[in-house]
Design a protein. Structure first.
Length: 305
C-alpha cells in the first residue's frame, strides 16, 4: 500500500481535510507564507499532455513554498528507452524526489505511479477520469462567493462525459451538499449520470434562471472517437452561453470555466465582460489551493510557525 499521501481524486480527502486545505489556501491568499514550508522538498512536474494553466500554477505554488522544482518533458525521458513509469518512479525517489505532479492521457496512470513511488503523487489530470486540484480550486471559488454550498444549484454544461474536471467537480460538489445540474446533449451527457443530488437536463434555456453558478466546459475533441457528435452549429444553437442566455440568469449567478475556453463555441465574447464571470478568480485561486494541497500532503495538518 502507499505509505505517503497522494491526491488522485477528491475521495482521497475527507471533508474535514478539504476544509483544512481551504482554510490554508485562504491564509496563503491573505499573506504569502515564508518560503520555508517546502524547503528542501524536491517536486517534479511531468506533463504528458499540453498544459498552460495547471503546470504554471503548480510551479508557482511550489516556488512560493520554497521547494526545489524540476519540470521534466516526458518526450526527453528514458520512457522512450523502454523504462516503465514504475521503474522511473523508483529511480526518482532514490534521487530524493518527494513529490511528482503528473498529467497523462491514460486514466489511472497517476495511481500506478503512486503505487510504485515512495513519495507523494498529485494527479494533474488523467484521461477523462479526474482532475482533483481543478475541482478544489473551482469549489474554493464557489465557496468564496456563496459560503456554504448546501442546497446551491450548480450547472455544469457541455461535454460532461469526456471531462475529468466535471467528474471531479461532481464528486466534490455532491459531497458538500450542492445540487449539481448537468446540462448537455445525449452524446456528451448520458442518462447514467443521473444520481442522488445530480440531475440531467437537455434544455439549457430552461435551467438558466434557476442556477447559482454555471460551469462551462470545452468540447474535448482530442478524446472524442465515437461518431454521432453534434455539429458545431447545433451545439452552439443549443448550448453556447451568449448575451441572450446571460440575460436569463439571476443577477447574482456566476459563470466559470476551467480553461482553456474556445470563444465562439461554448461561450460568446459577451461572457468575458459579464459581471459574474469568475474565470480570472479561478486561475488566481488555483495557485493558493495548490500551495495548500502540497503543504497538506507533505507536512500534514499543522499551523504556520
Ligand atoms: C482542463 C484539463 O486539462 O483537464 N484544463 C485545466 O486543467 N484547467 C480542461 C480542458 O482541457 O478542457
Amino acid at each position: 500500500m502507499r505509505a505517503r499521501r497522494s491526491l488522485i481524486d477528491l475521495d482521497d480527502l475527507h471533508s474535514s481535510e478539504i476544509e483544512y486545505v481551504f482554510t490554508r489556501a485562504l491564509e496563503f491568499e491573505e499573506e504569502l507564507p515564508p518560503r520555508t514550508l517546502l524547503q528542501g522538498v524536491a517536486c517534479l512536474n511531468m506533463f504528458f499532455e499540453p498544459s498552460t494553466r495547471t503546470v504554471t500554477s503548480f510551479t508557482l505554488a511550489q516556488q512560493r513554498l520554497g521547494a526545489d522544482v524540476t519540470t521534466l518533458s516526458p518526450r526527453d525521458t528514458s520512457l522512450g528507452k523502454g523504462e516503465s513509469i514504475e521503474d522511473s518512479a523508483i529511480t526518482l525517489a532514490a534521487m530524493g524526489v518527494n513529490v511528482m505532479v503528473i498529467r497523462h492521457p491514460e486514466a489511472g496512470f497517476p495511481r500506478r505511479v503512486a503505487m510504485a513511488f515512495d513519495g507523494h503523487v498529485v494527479n494533474a489530470g488523467d484521461g477523462a477520469h479526474a482532475h482533483p486540484t481543478q475541482a478544489l480550486l473551482d469549489i474554493y471559488t464557489l465557496r468564496k462567493e456563496f459560503g456554504d454550498l448546501a442546497g446551491r444549484k450548480i450547472a455544469i454544461v457541455g461535454d460532461i462525459v469526456h471531462s475529468r474536471v466535471a467528474h471531479s467537480n461532481i464528486r466534490g460538489l455532491c459531497g458538500l451538499g450542492a445540487h449539481v445540474v448537468l446540462v448537455g446533449p445525449e452524446n456528451f451527457l448520458p442518462e447514467s449520470f443521473r444520481a442522488n443530488g445530480v440531475s440531467v437536463e437537455r434544455d439549457f434555456d430552461a435551467v438558466l434562471p434557476e442556477v447559482d453558478a454555471v460551469v462551462l466546459l470545452r468540447i474535448q475533441r482530442e478524446r472524442i472517437s465515437e461518431p454521432g457528435a453534434l455539429s458545431d452549429e447545433a451545439y452552439i444553437r443549443a448550448y453556447r452561453l451568449d448575451a441572450k442566455r446571460l440575460a436569463r440568469l439571476k443577477d447574482e449567478t456566476i459563470v466559470m470555466h476551467p480553461g482553456p475556453y474556445n470563444r465562439g463555441i461554448e461561450l460568446a465574447d459577451d461572457v468575458l465582460t459579464y459581471a459574474g464571470w469568475r474565470y480570472a478568480n479561478q486561475v488566481r485561486n488555483g495557485v493558493f489551493v495548490r500551495m495548500a494541497i502540497l503543504d497538506f500532503l507533505v507536512n500534514g495538518e499543522r499551523r504556520i510557525a
